[in-house]
Design a protein around this ligand. Structure first.
Ligand code: CAA
Length: 261
């Protein structure tokens, strides 16, 4: 891999977009490597993924403007699909994904962060969807995920004005959960990931599925989905061990690798 670094530390994996000369902008090659890396994650061993960008200036400064500058309509649509497919793969990965946004998260960078379950950022982070200033729409899910994540009115304002916002405003509108000094960002992300990884993995995955898929349904169907996933946790090792140990006041013994029971 030329543009992606991938490292596993215990049950936590860290994926770094590594194209610092272009502020980690996403060209086709980066998107293809990102797709291949995410597809190859060992889901038996890894319980939480952290995505960040290399350097201290940029998470991802967007889709590659040079590559997009000469695309035809059909090629533009295909490029949008390439980004959407890999971001959807991240969004629907069975394990939780934390975006550690270490600087610019513009256009495709903000869209990558929004495809993750949780966003935290450094105090120098800048978020925005600058696309209309370039004569295009957000193309890697920005029109859809920003409207769902903040509010339709705020998403429209940010997208129509192409105005960038700093970390404190991103926190205020709920785009990120917390802001840290740059040097504290990765330790905070890894601590959060370790906190997630120590919990019962079948239950954590079921929670992700319940929340993500439930948000796409009406409340009655969403509650049925929750009931099914709640039920699926019973008779598993983690439920038997977790509840048994609570009753006997012992410490639960986790399974070494993930299995569905
Ligand atoms: N695509 C390609 N190259 C990019 C890039 C991008 N999105 N963003 C930055 N770069 C490159 C610059 O061209 C520059 O390369 P050279 O050194 O070879 O000239 C290098 O990264 C450093 O950038 P700057 O010199 O511009 O750094 P700066 O500190 O002065 O400015 C910045 C930083 C404000 C992020 C500025 O680079 C910028 O505005 N970048 C573009 C941001 C943007 O518009 N992103 C959205 C793209 S569209 C999109 O993402 C569509 C979609 O939804 C799929």
């Amino acid at each position: 891999m030329s543009f992606i670094q991938y490292e596993v530390q215990g049950a936590v994996a860290v994926l770094t977009i590594d194209r610092p000369k272009a502020l980690n902008a996403l060209n086709s090659a980066v998107l293809e490597e990102l797709d291949a890396t995410v597809s190859a994650i060992d889901l038996e061993a890894v319980r939480c993924l952290v995505i960040t960008g290399s350097g201290e200036k940029s998470f991802v400064a967007g889709a590659d403007i040079g590559e997009m500058s000469t695309l035809t309509k059909a090629e533009g649509e295909a490029f949008g699909k390439k980004g959407n497919d890999v971001f959807r793969k991240i969004e629907t990965l069975p394990i939780p994904v934390i975006a550690a946004v270490n600087g610019f998260a513009l256009g495709g960078g903000n869209e990558l962060a929004m495809s993750c379950d949780i966003r935290i950022c450094s105090d120098n982070a800048v978020f925005g969807q600058p696309e209309v200033g370039l004569g295009i729409t957000p193309g890697f899910g920005g029109t859809q995920r920003l409207a769902r994540l903040v509010s339709p009115g705020m998403a429209k304002q940010l997208i129509y004005t192409a105005r960038n916002i700093k970390a404190d405003e991103a926190l205020r509108i709920g785009l990120v959960n917390a802001v840290y000094p740059q040097e504290e960002l990765m330790p905070a992300a890894l601590k959060m990931a370790a906190g997630i990884a120590k919990n019962a993995p079948i239950a954590v995955r079921a929670c992700k599925k319940a929340i993500n898929e439930g948000l796409e349904k009406g409340m009655d169907d969403a509650l049925v989905l929750e009931e099914g996933l709640f039920g699926s946790c019973f008779e598993t090792h983690d439920q038997v061990e977790g509840m048994g140990c609570f009753m006997s006041r012992e410490k639960p013994k986790p399974k070494p690798v993930f299995t569905n029971n």
